[in-house]
Design a protein around this ligand. Structure first.
Ligand code: GLU
Length: 304
């Protein structure tokens, strides 16, 4: 594959200044990571060789991308038991919907809506004693980046402003779906969202999903069927309530976050990570979706 010319095409197509529009999320002034002209893209193969273009080595807040990794960690311990606490269906509603959780009597629609993520964080606290630190350790190992860390300003700011997610956590507790105190679950959730990683780090960290559950060193994290399950749920619900449009355009399982990152998996071939802070109305990065669309259109490497 001639990545050089492919990267040039991607950079032209996904140039945020040319695409325009969108909005940036960020309660705290963090100019490096909220500058809407930023753009990065990385590809990792099955042997953990990684290359990229643009701002592919600039760390940004992973936000909801953290949900992908907490799901993997919980599945690695609990196996299929987790699916009795959280569903596998597309949500078709905003990721922070209270009415959907109420209609579903406290069983979140999938692990990637905020209520689902809280249930996973709750379980990870019980399994590890310290969910966000366990996640940081996991991500440092999988990405090979020992400097990967939390952004305290983001965690604290979201803690102050996160009224809706607090309401979701209280609703879950009211249905008896949390084993740990609401405040503890929320604290770990905000800190996990504040972890900052680059496209380079993310493409490597998600590699086990392309290797059918195997880490880069060939040790097994998940069974083939668990890895397949995560990819399937990502395809259905990883890109908010625009998962259908995303699947139509890109044709890969992927997870997005409001920090502007998207991680996509090409099972049996590799992983992609794209970043651009400006988001569309669903919460997906405009530049990242365009970059992934351009990549699969030119390589034909989609699952369809
Ligand atoms: N911390 C954000 C929230 O809970 C994450 C949202 C996202 O990336 O989807 O609202």
């Amino acid at each position: 594959m001639d990545y050089q010319s492919l990267f040039e095409q991607i950079t032209r197509a996904a140039n945020p200044a040319a695409l325009g529009g969108g909005h940036v999320v960020g309660h705290t002034p963090a100019p490096t990571t909220t500058d809407p002209t930023r753009f990065g893209f990385a590809v990792a193969d099955l042997t953990a060789q990684v290359c990229g273009t643009g701002d592919w080595q600039v760390p940004f807040p992973i936000q909801s991308l953290s949900k992908l990794f907490t799901l993997a960690m919980v599945l690695a311990s609990d196996g299929d038991n987790i699916w009795s606490r959280v569903g596998k269906e597309p949500s078709g509603s905003p990721f922070n919907s209270l009415t959907q959780l109420e209609r579903d009597r406290g069983i979140p629609r999938n692990p990637f809506v905020n209520a689902g993520a809280l249930v996973l964080t709750d379980r990870l606290i019980s399994l590890t004693g310290h969910a966000c630190e366990a996640l940081r350790t996991f991500l440092r190992k999988e990405s090979g980046n020992p400097a990967l860390n939390f952004d305290m300003r983001i965690a604290r700011s979201e803690q102050r402003h996160g009224h809706r997610i607090s309401a979701l956590a209280h609703l879950l507790a009211d249905y008896g779906r949390l084993d740990n105190p609401v405040d503890t679950v929320l604290r770990h959730y905000f800190w996990q969202c504040s972890l900052t990683m680059s496209c380079h780090d993310l493409a490597l960290a998600a590699g086990f999903l392309a290797r059918h559950g195997l880490r880069a060193d060939h040790s097994r994290l998940l069974t083939c069927s668990e890895a397949k399950g995560i990819n399937a749920v990502m395809l259905m619900g990883g890109t908010y309530d625009a998962a259908g449009d995303f699947a139509h355009r890109v044709g890969l399982p992927a997870k997005g976050g409001v920090g502007g990152g998207i991680v996509a998996v090409i099972p049996g071939r590799g992983t992609l990570a794209a970043w651009g802070p400006a988001l569309d109305r669903h919460g997906n990065s405009i530049a990242a979706v365009t970059a992934l669309d351009t990549f699969t259109t030119h390589t034909g490497w989609s699952i369809f």
